[in-house]
Write a protein that binds this ligand. Sequence first.
Ligand SMILES: C[S@@+](CC[C@H](N)C(=O)[O-])C[C@H]1O[C@@H](n2cnc3c(N)ncnc32)[C@H](O)[C@@H]1O
Length: 227
Amino acid sequence: MKFDPVKHWNDRHFELPKNRDTSSYAKDKEKFFPRNSLVCDLGGGVGIDSNYFLDKGHEVYLLDISDYALKAARNTAVSKGLGSHLITKEVDFSVGMFPLEDGLVDIVYSRLALHYFPLDRMKEIFSEIYRILKNGGKAFIAVKSPDDKREMGALRKIAKETSPGIFDENGLIKTRFTKVQYKTVLKKAGVLSFEVRDCVEHFGKGKVYVKSKAEKLLYIEIIINKV
Ligand SMILES: C[S@@+](CC[C@H](N)C(=O)[O-])C[C@H]1O[C@@H](n2cnc3c(N)ncnc32)[C@H](O)[C@@H]1O
């Protein structure tokens, strides 16, 4: 049967506990957002981090492939009286452009949602991120790292590496590109100023939602500065 990404992600969001905490990555990065920013959360799912940004006074465009997740995110925002500060858009990042105008947002934020696309598509995604950022805007992106040995061990048990850094888990593509590969693609995408570095996120005990069950994850963090 053909892999259906919308069904996959709707099912996955349905299964996950609804009372998850804001990620520590979001809390760390929000400190760098200008006050009252316009933020785009790419692949923000049920909007746990997006809703934290709303609580902090920002406005958020939340883009995700899962209509189920976007409804949940909207319900949370509405229940807090912040529904008018959140715009959700159902978007598949594997094709086309982001439905946002050039230079619109102060911040692009994306946690664990952009390691699903091959490098040629990542080039287009980075140029889309750059396009929608205002001059002076910043992007904070966290993706899984091939240097996290425990996560890689867990991934290799359930997915087949079809080409270097590209894994197929029953039709769902997961990528584990290196920092060097990301730097090369960012340059090809025309991004003039960026950093690519290691970053660790710690989860609390009993709050682990990754397959390896590890209490910390090593990410690659990509920071883009639009100059
Ligand atoms: C691992 S979850 C991360 C969710 C959230 N950012 C977080 O930190 O908990 C990956 C997210 O990317 C979204 N996603 C996966 N593939 C996508 C695609 N092709 N287009 C848009 N969103 C996608 C999923 O629906 C999901 O919300």
